[in-house]
Design a protein around this ligand. Structure first.
Ligand code: DGL
Length: 270
């Protein structure tokens, strides 16, 4: 009964942590494509091809259902993969829709017409590829009207995190928040639209100030996965062995993961 969790690198561990807490009996197989991170500066075709290869690796590891714990992959690859047809019995879910449903006060699968919601001014922090895809705004427009979204492409943050340079990552977060505030001085809500960013949540919150509600995806995605598996229990695939796989160097990735998540995490070669 394994479910796959995929990210370009370490960011999806924030989602893995939350889904493990929410579903303690479920087996998860994690795959970080660290050898090719960051995805956020790549062309959409490239992100699609890498994501597809990662998902296929997780299917092979006994996961019928794979969660793309990566906004960049969700934005560039998910729709295309679904439209081109998945093999029988396989499913891929993204991280965007649950977040937008939470922001727009919707229950899962509520497909009623877009309506006014409480939040009007939203700051979106994401990778350059996610921002330029406009996938967030598109999904939001299906569900809400009158929401002003200002998107800030946070170049460099994922590279700094993957390199373990948290001082640089913090400095970059401050400068990206400043840049956003010049465009939207008083956001009501901020979306950390990259699964790496919760690792910098304190820096985002400090730079944004106490009046901004910060949405991060991990718990929202965990709740939505629990709901999905409740309705589709057959989608917990045949795999039995929890593991973390990487396309990068397992030793370096294990050390970084252990440092970030403050518990021992051991990665193996994918
Ligand atoms: N963590 C990923 C995301 O949510 C991708 C970051 C990257 O590889 O640039 O967008």
């Amino acid at each position: 009964m394994a479910v796959g969790i995929f990210d370009s690198g370490l960011g999806g561990l924030t989602v893995l942590d939350a889904v493990q807490k929410r579903l303690p009996d479920q087996v998860f197989v994690y795959l970080g494509d660290n050898a090719h991170a960051p995805y956020g500066v790549r062309e959409a075709d490239d992100v699609h091809d890498l994501t597809r290869a990662g998902v296929e690796r997780l299917w092979k590891a006994g996961c019928d259902l794979v969660v793309l714990a990566c906004n960049t992959a969700s934005a560039a690859a998910l729709r295309r993969m679904q439209e081109s047809g998945l093999p029988e019995g396989k499913r891929v879910l993204g991280v965007f829709v649950p977040l937008i449903e939470a922001l727009t006060e919707r229950q899962w699968g509520d497909n009623s017409p877009p309506r006014e919601v409480a939040v009007k001014h939203v700051a979106l922090f994401a990778t350059p590829a996610t921002v330029s895809s406009r996938a967030f705004q598109r999904e939001l427009a299906f569900r809400a009207i009158g929401v002003d979204v200002e998107a800030q492409a946070c170049g460099g943050v994922v590279d700094a995190i993957e390199e373990g340079d948290m001082i640089l990552a913090e400095a970059l977060v401050r400068s990206h928040v400043d840049a956003l505030k010049r465009k939207m001085p008083k956001p009501q809500a901020a979306i950390l639209g990259c699964t790496h960013y919760p690792l910098m949540e304190d820096a985002f919150k400090a730079a944004l100030g106490p009046d901004v509600q910060v949405y991060s995806q991990a718990e929202i995605v965990a709740e939505s996965l629990a709901d999905y598996l409740g309705r589709h229990p057959e989608m917990a695939g045949p795999g039995q062995i929890p593991m973390c796989l990487t396309t990068g160097d397992p030793k370096t990735v294990s050390d970084r993961a252990t440092q970030f998540m403050r518990r021992k995490i051991e990665f193996h070669e994918a």
